[in-house]
Design a protein around this ligand. Structure first.
Ligand SMILES: Nc1ccn([C@@H]2O[C@H](COP(=O)(O)O)[C@@H](O)[C@H]2O)c(=O)n1
Ligand SMILES: C[C@@]1(CO)OP(=O)(O)OP(=O)(O)OC[C@H]1O
Length: 172
């Protein structure tokens, strides 16, 4: 009997869910890029790539739902090719692999955990970027934001985190 690989659609299972999480440190001298939007701020996120914490969590949610591992497996942070990489390009490449495995995204729900700056005013632009990269309507992408109520490293503005849930459906 053939055993389907973990990334193949399972018979009788039309949906799969995935979750993604990422966190990056806030430092001076870097731009703050979240969801493909550059936000004017005193600090930016540190990382090998452009450190787009939201797009990394979206990418991991999609890869996870498809059973394709995680972002570091596909785009290692030890590879100079990804130094300063545009995370929108990585998201598009990851989603192409998800599509090749037989899945299309249904919807994305995300939370950005940032004591500052305010994310709400930028959320529509972030959703539009993600939707464009995935080839879906912006209504299928929901971006929320929370402070950390001043608690812990997020509350002390030492970093910004993102958590994401993605639903995949069998591809057409
Ligand atoms: N970086 C952030 C954090 C929060 N918001 C918005 O404020 C609301 C209240 O946040 P609490 O953490 O105090 O519950 C939240 O629901 C967001 O609408 C934001 O825009 N940016
Ligand atoms: C995006 C990648 C690309 O090299 O690097 P970083 O920007 O450091 O981001 P992270 O979320 O820590 O890990 C994933 C990496 O693969």
């Amino acid at each position: 009997m053939n055993t389907p690989s973990n990334s193949q659609p399972q018979p009788g299972l039309p949906f799969r869910v995935g979750q993604g999480y990422d966190v990056h440190a806030l430092v001076t001298g870097r731009p703050l890029i979240i969801g493909g939007v550059t936000i004017a701020h005193t600090h930016g996120l540190q990382g090998h790539s452009d450190a787009d914490v939201l797009l990394h969590a979206v990418t991991d949610a999609l890869l996870g739902a498809a059973g394709l591992g995680d972002i570091g497996r596909h785009f290692p942070d030890s590879d100079p090719a990804y130094a300063g990489a545009d995370s929108r390009v990585l998201l598009r490449q990851a989603y192409a692999k998800v599509r090749e495995a037989g899945w299309v995204v249904g919807n994305i729900d995300a939370t950005v955990h940032a004591q500052a700056p305010k994310i709400g005013p930028h959320a529509p632009a972030m959703a539009a970027n993600i939707a464009a990269d995935l080839g879906i309507g912006a209504a299928a992408v929901n971006i929320k934001a929370k402070t950390n109520e001043g608690l812990g490293y997020l509350g002390r503005r030492e970093g910004i985190a993102a958590t994401v849930v993605a639903l995949l459906m069998r591809g057409a």
